[in-house]
Design a protein around this ligand. Structure first.
Ligand code: MG
Length: 173
């Protein structure tokens, strides 16, 4: 059995992942409204990934015989000033998610819950990638600055991103 503390924290994390999904859906819609189809695509993929993260935690609680409790999802911002602003907001958000994941891991360590530690390691690695990809896009947008051809190229590049099922969900979606 999971400790009550870890069980509750994972239930809260499911909500945080769903809130992340909703945030990225909002960013996708905002980008589409502003004619940035590639950026919209990038966030649409991000939206699906966050739902997958929630599903991984849900599956884990079920597999450990723990009750899943879905709570209301808070509202999200609906507009960002520029592509650079939206990716900076993304990086800040992912840093917060990283600290939530690290907190879950710390509880699992305190509990000597090795199965939960093993499950959480995938998320620790995933967060390194999440922060790196947001930072890479920020770097590109900062290089491009106000150059509209440059922004067009970045947008074109982001249009190529496709969703792939995260490894812990492979064969379970
Ligand atoms: Mg996530």
């Amino acid at each position: 059995m999971l400790s009550k503390k870890l069980h509750e924290a994972i239930n809260a994390q499911i909500n945080a992942e769903m809130w992340s999904a909703y945030l990225y859906l909002s960013m996708s819609v905002d980008a589409a409204n502003k004619g940035h189809k590639g950026i919209s695509n990038w966030f649409a993929v991000q939206f699906k990934e966050e739902q997958a993260h929630a599903q991984i935690f849900i599956n884990y609680l079920i597999s450990r015989g723990c009750r899943v409790e879905l709570k209301a999802i808070d509202s999200v911002e609906t507009s960002w000033d520029s592509p650079l602003a939206v990716f900076k907001a993304t990086l800040e958000h992912e840093k917060k998610v990283t600290s939530l994941i690290h907190n879950l891991y710390e509880i699992a360590v305190e509990d000597k819950d090795y199965a939960s530690q093993s499950m959480l390691k995938w998320f620790i690695d995933e967060q390194v990638e999440e922060e790196e990809s947001a930072q890479d896009i920020i770097d590109e947008l900062e290089r491009v600055g106000d150059n509209s051809l440059g922004l067009y190229m970045v947008d074109k590049d982001l249009s190529t991103r496709t969703y792939t099922t995260p490894a812990p969900l492979a064969g379970k979606e």
